[in-house]
Design a protein around this ligand. Sequence first.
Ligand code: NDP
Ligand code: MG
Length: 383
Amino acid sequence: MKKRIAVLGSTGSIGTQALDVIRENPDNFEVEVLTAHNNIQLLIKQAKEFKPNAVVIANKSKYKELSEALSDSDIKIYAGNDAISQIVEMSTVDIVLTAMVGYSGLLPTINAIKSGKNIALANKETLVVAGEIIQKLAIHHKVSIYPVDSEHSAIFQCLVGEEQNVIEKIYLTASGGPFRGKDIDFLKNATKNNALKHPNWEMGAKITIDSATMLNKGFEAIEARWLFGLNPDQIEIVVHPQSIVHSAVQFQDGSIKAQMGLPDMKLPILYALGFPMRLKTNFPRFSFWDYPELSFEKPDLKNFKNLAIAYEAMDKCGNMPCILNAANEIAVEAFLEDKIGFCEMTDIIEQSIENITYIKHPDLGDLINTDKETREFSKSIIN
Ligand code: NDP
Ligand code: MG
């Protein structure tokens, strides 16, 4: 039986690589839904190739153009964020790949879980904002969440067959991003162009900036906490510039299992979609002789303050990670629009955390309000 997939965010970095994987495995997968925000031209091209049951464009003003372009097909066409949230409930969808960026992934993921769909989760912000709620919902609805993030896929792979064994801790590896080893004077003047040049991964702009500030790794620690049911002190970040060891698990006997490979997101995407099968690929193979030295360092929490803030947010929990995420989304956007400097992103996050009311046990409504309030506050201090 082919798995029928809803690809949310099909025009992005993860979305397009997921479609490559699907294209290469026509006997295993088929596309049921495609969604995008603005990139209508690519969405039309993808719809013509993969012939999904439905497509959704988040930006409603593009609906007419999309409908006209696909008028000679029987693909159903919808527009708006509510439509993205609803489309995942379709009975013909087996698995939902959440590859949208940022907070926009939250409500569609919740709806998908509530309608019993398994999730291939790339959109880590969903777990940053509402990890506890998502974890409980997934258990309640007996839904599996397969991680797409390479580190979490690595941990997930290390845990196969270890269900009865106790995890002592996990090691989340980090490349260190484009500014590894740089000091605060360098970071103050870091430019957008340099921040967008990641040494090992080609990704969307938002996560690339998060990697440059190291906040991405803080988000991943929070993501790991909820995916694998860990305490914050069981998660250690290890900077590993070659991005070959994708992460590792240490069990209570002291033994460590790590997962390795070349940095290529198609591998974790394929594993998440194909689980429990490992499907055959012709991806380039890793050679030990090309990497005679793999190195490991401690993260620099002094110069990369966002990482320290993320750890604090993980400890305090409640709505603090939600505040962190919303302030960061506004800050990254402003940095990409050349409105603020690299280190000012941290200032905006710190001020938001100071000013927005902390809630220890937020429900979903509280988180939605927190997100809205934080965005308004962050914008007000930028303008
Ligand atoms: P991109 O920016 O490349 O793609 C984002 C996708 O989401 C696009 O299809 C975009 O549509 C759509 N989108 C953006 N905003 C909205 C919105 N408000 N409503 C609906 N759809 C929206 O991001 P990435 O693919 O890099 O990242 C996607 C997610 O995966 C992120 O959460 C990221 O952290 C995570 N991730 C990514 C990795 C990577 O290698 N790229 C690795 C690990 C995790 P449009 O093109 O029309 O704007
Ligand atoms: Mg990652």
